[in-house]
Design a protein around this ligand. Structure first.
Ligand code: SF4
Length: 460
């Protein structure tokens, strides 16, 4: 495995160092100190075991036994499943397409067409776009937010007031940190809607398989994503299901390849990607050949919910792009909708660990007046994920992000997700309506406070 590629922003590494390794080093230092002071021969200590439960998904280190799990999410495993003749389906994220587009000097749409040609030539049976499943998660998120908002305003009868702010759930780095470090107080704030990766996973294994008359256990579903944390997300127990009690366990997403690993695949197969033929696309595309999607790689969540809630609940039309105001830095921005000098909708986006730590501290102190928070672990959001293609020599990270932002929205028809014909079809044929029992079963999940095993060992 190419762990040398697991390099995250230094801010995150420092945070992880503080949170994860510092207590361990302190205990080791104490032990060394004691041994030295008493001039006794140093006793052989039991090795400290670190399990996946201790991982903060920083991509900065790796545990031992769990490498087996992660090896299952590798290029070799992907190729071996193709060789075995399994029904392989690939779902590609728009952030990965943007990264490859900038790397090759192509448009995102061209990349998608060429990737379709590439994967088909390798034997992949179907290729999907996770912008489409993102529309599904956005609709469910709008619905969940409206329920919480109405209950918080006392305009709807609910058993108990669900807390606001509602916090986005699409980033596994943030979820991992919340579960392992912040624990039970924060979890009720987090939206129960699955991420776009797990949503496409559930659609493929529970709906498309049925449509194609294929057993879900016979399908090997791979996603192409901008970060390594998505591998950990795919492996969560919450995203494994059984058709019936005696049947084998099925993963919604069997394997995740990062954008960088797809680049490795092209190099391995000596593919001339730039001159590769462009295949026709069948899904998530309008009559003029534009892909459905929303503006902005990460900001799409708050912008879509803000606009929708203003229209449906407050009867206010928010026209044009939503202007977020920078608060401390470009990774902490907010927008507020005022009615009669009162803020009726206050949303913020908060990227990177330093900003997210500040905002959760405020929340804990009862000083957070936002209605919705989009929290993402990476500074600049998913376009800057640890699995993306690195900047070219001489290119700054900032320059690369600007190019990625442009490539991300190129050829995208910015549509209201409620008008996406594929999503409409999924509700009418399968899910019934947003927030229905079926939607809850397939598109929502739960979070669990995790007791870190290393902490208990250190306490002992
Ligand atoms: S913000 Fe970073 S860690 Fe979170 S999903 Fe995006 S790329 Fe992954």
């Amino acid at each position: 495995m190419m762990w040398t590629k697991l390099i995250w922003p230094i801010e995150l590494l420092l945070t992880t160092f503080e949170l994860c390794l510092l207590p361990l080093l302190m205990v080791l230092a104490q032990n060394v100190g004691k041994a030295g002071a008493l001039s006794k021969p140093v006793q052989k200590e039991e090795p400290v075991k670190i399990s996946l439960k201790d991982c903060l998904a920083c991509s900065g280190c790796i545990t031992s036994a769990e490498t087996v799990m992660l090896e299952k999410q590798s290029l070799d495993e992907f190729l071996s499943n193709l060789e075995k003749g399994r029904t392989v389906i690939v779902s590609i994220s728009p952030q990965s397409r943007a990264s490859l587009a900038v790397h090759y000097g192509l448009s995102s749409l061209q990349v998608f067409r060429k990737l379709t040609t590439l994967f088909k030539s390798l034997g992949v049976k179907a290729i999907f776009d996770t912008s489409c499943s993102r529309d599904l998660t956005l609709i469910e998120s709008c619905n969940e937010f409206m329920v919480r908002y109405k209950q918080s305003q006392g305009t709807s009868s609910g058993e108990s007031k669900p807390p606001l702010p509602m916090i986005s759930s699409a980033c596994p780095g943030w979820i991992c940190y919340a579960e392992k470090t912040l624990g039970s107080y924060i979890l009720p704030y987090i939206s129960s809607v699955k991420s776009p990766q797990q949503t496409i996973g559930t659609v493929v294994k529970n709906y498309i398989c049925q449509k194609l008359s294929v057993r879900p256990e016979d399908v090997y579903h791979v996603t192409v994503m901008p970060c390594y944390d998505k591998k950990l997300e795919a492996a969560r127990e919450d995203f494994v299901f059984q058709v019936d009690t005696d049947s084998e366990k099925i993963m919604e997403v069997d394997s995740v390849l990062t954008t960088g690993e797809v680049l490795d695949l092209m190099q391995l197969k000596a593919v001339d990607f730039k001159s590769m033929e462009e295949s026709n696309l069948f899904a998530n595309i309008d009559e003029e050949g534009h892909l459905y999607g929303v503006h902005g790689s990460s900001v799409g969540y708050p912008a879509t919910i803000y606009r929708h809630v203003a229209k449906v609940l407050l009867d206010l039309e928010v026209k044009g792009p939503i202007e977020f105001k920078t608060i401390r830095n470009s990774d902490f921005q907010e927008v507020s909708l005022e009615v009669n000098d009162k803020s009726v909708l206050k949303f913020a986006l908060c990227y990177g660990f330093r900003n997210l730590q500040n905002v959760v501290r405020k929340l804990k102190m009862g000083k957070c007046d936002y209605h919705f928070l989009e929290i993402m672990a990476c500074p600049s959001g998913c376009l800057n994920g640890g699995g993306q293609i690195k900047p070219q020599p001489g290119q700054s990270g900032k320059e690369l992000i600007q190019l990625l932002e442009t490539a991300y929205v190129e050829n995208v028809v910015v549509a209201d997700p409620f008008n996406n014909p594929i999503i409409k079809g999924l509700y009418s044929e399968w899910l019934e309506q947003p927030g229905s029992e079926k939607a809850k079963k397939y598109l929502h999940t739960e979070y669990h406070p995790v007791v870190k095993s290393i902490t208990s060992q250190l306490q002992n």
